[in-house]
Design a protein around this ligand. Structure first.
Ligand code: PEP
Ligand code: MN
Length: 347
């Protein structure tokens, strides 16, 4: 396993389409004899071999003449494992029946925070009935104010686990610190790394080592390249199950909580093979704008959505103003279906 992204080399080797396993083996062997490691990515038509380690282009030049090698491509981007150059085919992250990056959109829904058993059951039953596959609910909350509700912690993890099991929903919840990764991973199907933690590199390394599916949210002031470098920390620690999330960035505009960067979706789909979803709840901060922005995300090519839903938003302990009521979420799911079809997806 690779410790840090910086160790990844700057060359990828594209094999000829007719190259056989013996050609691939010899190239890998040669790379290893030179003191590097290799990462083989087998596509439908060609195999691509990444050279891992601080590589010198001169030393690697001889590989170009080996049987089965088509060409060597220097990687100029600061991230490699996440780039489409390295893996042209889109990655599908499978979590139970949910396939992020597949043809069908994946819908994640549920409350911002787990507040009580009753609240979670009500929300979970309703989102399941409307067609969501994944239940969200915060147990450890990253709040801007230390006086705000911080989440119920471990009891909330237990509730999520139980409700998810009984209803056949996958569950996602945020992990705030490296020390909590094992605990959260023992209850949740997907670990959420929040916007405020996108550059918490020790946390990224730890969720990478866990091998558990990760939803990585874009930091509110992060460029897409920075988001992809953060994803690289997870990938470089041996975890390919990374889903990216555009959740709005800080701009001068203050009529919404953040500004959804709609072009982030096609740009990310171009730069990376990883699935990309949209969070219209945190992006807008107001429930009335959530449906339109959710639809915009799907139209722009998102692989799914994460939406805050609460049985009684006016009583919510966090993010009530941006939470959809149960029936509004049900209605949105109905409205999203024809839109999904129009962009070649299903729901
Ligand atoms: C959340 O999903 O409740 C959350 C805190 O999101 P973000 O990290 O995008 O602000
Ligand atoms: Mn929230």
């Amino acid at each position: 396993m690779i410790a840090v992204a910086e160790e990844i080399g700057n060359m990828i080797i594209v094999m000829q389409s007719h190259a056989g396993p013996e050609h691939i083996r010899s190239v890998v062997q040669r790379i290893e004899e030179m003191g590097y490691r290799s990462n083989v990515s087998e596509g439908e038509e060609t195999t691509i071999i990444g050279v891992i380690g601080h590589s010198s282009p001169d030393q690697l030049a001889s590989l170009e003449f080996m049987p089965g090698v088509d060409r060597m491509v220097p990687v100029t981007k600061p991230y490699k494992l996440g780039s489409r150059d390295f893996r042209p085919k889109s990655t599908v992250v499978q979590v139970g029946d949910a396939r992020f990056g597949g043809e069908a959109l994946v819908m994640i829904a549920g409350p911002c925070s787990v507040e009580s058993d009753h609240q979670l059951w009500e929300a979970a039953r309703a989102v399941k009935a409307s067609g969501a596959q994944v239940l969200r609910g915060g147990a450890f909350k990253p709040r801007s104010s230390p006086y705000s509700f911080q989440g119920l912690g471990k009891p909330a993890l237990e509730m999520l686990d139980q409700v998810g099991d009984e209803l056949g929903l996958q569950v996602i919840t945020e992990v705030l610190t490296p020390d909590d990764v094992d605990l959260v991973a023992s209850y949740a199907d997907i670990l959420q790394v929040g916007a405020r933690n996108m550059q918490n590199f020790t946390l990224l390394q730890e969720v990478g080592r866990s091998g558990h599916p990760v939803l990585l949210k874009r930091g509110m002031s992060a460029t897409l390249e920075e988001l992809l470098m953060s994803a690289e920390y997870i990938l470089a620690n041996g975890n390919d199950n990374v889903i990216l999330c555009e959740r709005g960035i800080r701009t001068f505009e203050d009529s919404t909580r953040f500004t959804l960067d709609i072009s982030a979706i096609p740009v990310l789909k171009h730069l990376t093979h990883l699935p990309v979803i949209v969070d219209p709840s945190h992006a807008t901060g107001k429930w009335a704008f959530v449906p339109a922005v959710a639809k915009a995300g799907v139209a722009a090519g998102a692989d799914g959505l994460i939406i805050e839903v609460h049985p009684r938003p006016e009583e919510a302990l966090s993010d009530g103003p941006q939470s959809l009521k149960l029936e509004r979420f049900a209605q949105l799911m109905i409205e999203l279906k024809p839109l999904a079809l129009a962009v070649g997806r299903s729901l």
